[in-house]
Design a protein around this ligand. Structure first.
Ligand code: 6PG
Length: 466
């Protein structure tokens, strides 16, 4: 008997995806490498562990695994990004024939995906970079899937990918072809940057409420619950509510977690991509640097900001709700613009509204905002061109300013909230201080400056020290 789909890599994501596909009626071949004493009989053990995998075939030999698949063979990789992906592709190639398909479902860098795509194209093997979001639960019950590569490759896999994906509120499947080349992995990378900033914004608001306003976990959870129910419907806020409520015999679990954040690479990659594109990604930069800075430097030991008055901050939770609304809008705006710019440059042709729909279900950043932003994304100014939205943003902004002022003399840092505020100010101010920068550049390096009312190409130099 031959099976419909081959899965390589049975870590958390690979296992959940396999269970999802099996539950949807697809016959599977499961492969996991053999590492003596560490990874032995992994596929067989998963089959024994999960009822829905009962009829799947287990393998530790790649040839036998490839031979067990119906042609054209469809193989989904769930591996750690980097060398492991190239290694397995090299090992698989002798057992594949033109027309077979390899899908990389990991968090690979989009340029690696493009290189692999070109390499495999020359061997007539289809290759697709598939962004998968939703974590373990999403992979099991319905993730958001962002496919990139050749449209023919997508056509070969669309049927099973759509079956396993989440369903949006509009009844669409959260699975689509987003563009050629590395577009699928690119948008997944940007998704993660939005995730980083949204997580950081929630963490900052939590700190303001807990340390600044002296609210307990239950009280904060109740406020977040109210916000989410009435307005945001955001997955990340939802899990934070659950975290704040989780208590066992030793007390709140949160109180036992060390305050040092970890990270993989997608946040840094987005920032680097943004910088290479001369695009301001200040929200992910603030979120990423906050993770870095949570490993506090010993050089600052013994120093602190002592709160001037030891009294709770004078803030209303409704002001904080406005802060959440404002900063999330800036976060999404910055990243949708990055996708738009990079897509134009790379010729990926990514449809931002389609992306909104893909990200409105199954993934980590899913929330009502993605549905609300969708109509604005046809316009380059996004929500900032709409008078009603702009009025809302302007009134929310004053709450951000109040929060920044109120916390200035406390030990509560607001990197992401401040980054959103600064970005908005820079985008909306009538005149910036960049004339000083231009004058300084011209003073020490004769770099030239454009004069007000002059042609963009005409550079003028002033003899500052004549
Ligand atoms: C998702 C998540 C997933 C993973 C992050 C974690 O969309 O399902 O984004 O891909 O949990 O990559 O990233 P960090 O380890 O960098 O926080």
């Amino acid at each position: 008997m031959k099976t419909a789909i081959g899965i390589i890599g049975l870590g958390v994501m690979g296992t959940s995806i396999s269970r999802n596909l099996a539950r949807n009626g697809f016959s599977l071949s499961l492969y996991n490498r053999f590492v003596k004493g560490v990874e032995e009989d992994v596929a067989q053990k998963k089959i024994n562990q999960y009822e829905e995998l009962e009829s799947a075939l287990p393998f530790e030999d790649l040839k036998l695994f490839a031979d067990s698949l119906t042609s054209p063979k469809k193989i989904l990789l769930n591996l750690t990004a980097g060398a492991a992906v190239d290694h397995i592709i090299d090992q698989l190639l002798p057992f594949l024939t033109p027309g077979d398909l390899i899908i990389d479902g990991g968090n690979s860098h989009f340029t690696d995906t493009e290189n692999r795509l070109n390499r495999l194209q020359s061997k007539q093997i289809f290759f697709m970079g598939l962004g998968i979001s939703g974590g373990e639960a999403g992979a099991l019950h319905g993730p958001s899937l962002m496919a990139g590569g050749s449209e023919d490759a997508y056509a070969l896999s669309e049927n099973f990918l759509k079956e396993m994906a989440a369903t949006t509120a509009e009844g669409e499947k959260a699975c689509d072809y987003v563009g050629s080349g590395g577009a699928g992995h690119f948008v997944k990378m940007v998704h993660n940057a939005i995730e980083y900033a949204e997580m950081q914004i929630i963490a900052e608001l939590f700190e303001v409420m807990h340390k600044g306003m002296r609210m307990g976990y239950t009280e904060i959870a109740a406020v977040f619950e109210q916000w989410n129910k009435n307005e945001f419907d955001a997955y990340l806020l939802d899990i934070t509510i659950k975290i704040l409520k989780t208590k066992d015999e030793k007390g709140y679990v949160l109180d036992r977690i060390l305050d040092k954040a970890s990270y993989n690479q997608t946040g840094s990659w987005t920032l680097i991509a943004g910088i290479k594109d001369f695009h301001s990604c200040s929200m992910v930069a603030a979120a990423l640097f906050s993770r870095f800075n949570s490993n506090r430097s010993k050089a600052f030991k013994g120093l602190s900001i002592t709160q001037q008055e030891d009294v709770p901050l004078k803030l209303e939770v409704d002001q904080l709700r406005a802060v959440f609304r404002f900063t999330r809008t800036v976060n999404h705006y910055q990243h949708f613009r990055l996708v738009e710019e990079m897509s134009e440059k790379a010729g990926w042709n990514i449809d931002l509204q389609k992306l909104c729909s893909l990200w409105s279900a199954g993934c980590i950043i899913k929330s009502k905002l993605l549905v609300q932003l969708s109509p604005f994304l046809e316009n380059r100014l996004g929500p900032f061109f709409d008078p009603q939205y702009l009025n809302q943003l302007n009134s929310d902004r004053s709450s951000v300013a109040t929060l920044i002022t109120e916390t200035a003399n406390t030990e509560i840092p607001l990197p992401c909230i401040s980054a959103a505020h600064t970005y908005y100010k820079q985008m909306t101010q009538r005149k910036s201080s960049a004339n000083i920068i231009q004058a300084q550049r011209d003073f020490f390096g004769a770099h030239g400056f454009q004069i007000i009312g002059g042609n963009p190409g005409d550079l003028h130099h002033y003899p500052w020290e004549r």
